[in-house]
Design a protein around this ligand. Structure first.
Ligand SMILES: *Cc1c(COP(=O)(O)O)cnc(C)c1O
Length: 380
């Protein structure tokens, strides 16, 4: 992504810098890949709900993938079309379900029987019918961090295959539920295509199974999860969408008029954002050198939460030689570390540091812990 360092000098740090032209190229690649196929892409707002970013995404006709009532409101506000909104989550409260129904969203991705009954009740009370997809837990290991694995039986998401018949029958029987299809989302930051291939096989089996029971689905939602290259963002600024969509073009046996929905978050916005920070101090103890930034886990929690590693660059050092540093934040938590043993050009107080690939699950997960200000944002 572009990093206009000259413009950064006078800005208050830390802040997120977003490269909107990279975002636009990414969106164009996606729309080119799906053209001519019965594919609908939703953007997962939880990755980054910055209004400027939403505005760029809305313009391309992409839909929204939502996980809370406030996200429904933000998507409506940003101008997403409700016929392209899907709402997932294991704990939808009554007001959130009402928000979905009042806004006539395309689909609730239902994660349990009690939830489906409540959606039916609320829809009935409003004299409406709610579109529903059943979120299936396909028990596929996405081979990613355990906190971002969502499609195995030991986690809270979706409905297990052994009880799926019962739930599908229930959905068909409820008068204010319109069953649209099945939904899957097996995890995030998935960097091999194999889990998606396995997912296609599982989907084909299930579609055939339910067809035999007389249930036909208008759509299959395969979720998101496509990973990005955190190690080499400069070489791979755009996720491998061609290969990703090909898995589904080749792997899914679609029925007539059946659509495939995708819910991509990270792969759309991760590479277009960097967290820009200033070195407050460089500190040495008997065994280590620390670069202490004015950005911390309150601005970007992924390293602390998922042991994620982001590429770090010193934007302003003129030094030719490198040294090894632990790059840390100022927060009173030992997990507030961006990277251990990071090789950087010799670094000084006042240097500007960029933490790359921070456009997804960065700003959206920022907190005010330690009563810190939220990070700013600038666009380029
Ligand atoms: C978070 C989430 C997504 C997006 O996942 P990415 O890994 O960011 O693509 C899609 N669908 C659901 C249901 C989600 O919870």
């Amino acid at each position: 992504m572009k990093l206009p360092i000259d413009k950064f000098k006078d800005l208050r740090t830390p802040f997120y810098c977003y490269d909107l032209s990279l975002l636009r190229s990414t969106l164009k690649v996606i729309n080119d890949e799906i053209e001519g196929y019965p594919f609908v892409v939703h953007y997962a707002l939880k990755a980054n709900a910055n209004p400027v970013i939403l505005n760029e995404i809305v313009k391309t006709g992409i839909g929204a993938d939502l996980v809370s009532g406030n996200e429904i409101m933000a998507a409506v506000e940003a101008g997403f079309n409700p016929t392209r909104m899907a709402y997932a989550g294991v704990g939808k409260t009554d007001w959130e379900i009402e928000a979905g129904i009042d806004n006539d969203i395309y689909c609730f991705n239902v994660e349990s029987l009690p939830e489906m009954e409540v959606i039916n009740e609320i829809a009935a009370r409003k004299g409406k019918t709610a579109g529903v997809a059943i979120r299936v837990n396909p028990n596929i290991d996405a081979h990613t961090h355990r906190y971002i694995t969502t499609g195995t039986t030991d986690n809270k998401f979706g409905i297990d295959i052994p009880v799926l018949d019962e739930v599908v029958e229930k959905a068909v029987s409820l008068s204010n539920i319109h069953l649209r299809g099945l939904h899957f989302h097996i995890g995030s930051q998935i960097t091999t295509l194999e889990p998606f291939r396995l997912l296609c096989e599982k989907i084909n089996e299930l579609v055939e199974h339910f067809e035999k029971m007389g249930v036909n689905f208008e759509m299959i939602d395969v979720g998101g999860g496509l990973g990005v290259d955190y190690g080499n963002p400069e070489e791979n600024p755009i996720a491998p969408f061609h290969e990703f969509f090909n898995v589904f073009k080749q792997g899914l046996k679609l029925r007539e008029r059946q659509k495939v929905h995708f819910e991509l978050g990270r792969s759309i916005v991760a590479q277009c954002g960097a967290l820009i920070s200033r070195v407050v101090f460089v500190k040495e103890n008997s065994i280590k050198k620390f670069v202490i930034l004015d950005a911390g886990m309150t601005d970007l929690i992924r390293p602390a939460l998922y042991s994620a590693h982001h590429k770090i660059v010193n934007l302003t050092s003129q030094e030719q030689e490198q040294d090894t540093y632990d790059v840390v934040g100022p927060i009173c938590e030992s997990s507030d570390v961006f990277s251990n043993d990071e090789k950087l050009p010799i670094t000084h107080r006042g240097d500007l540091i960029a933490v790359l690939t921070a456009g997804a699950y960065g700003e959206s997960m920022a907190s005010r812990y330690n009563m810190r200000d939220l990070p700013g944002c600038h666009f380029c």
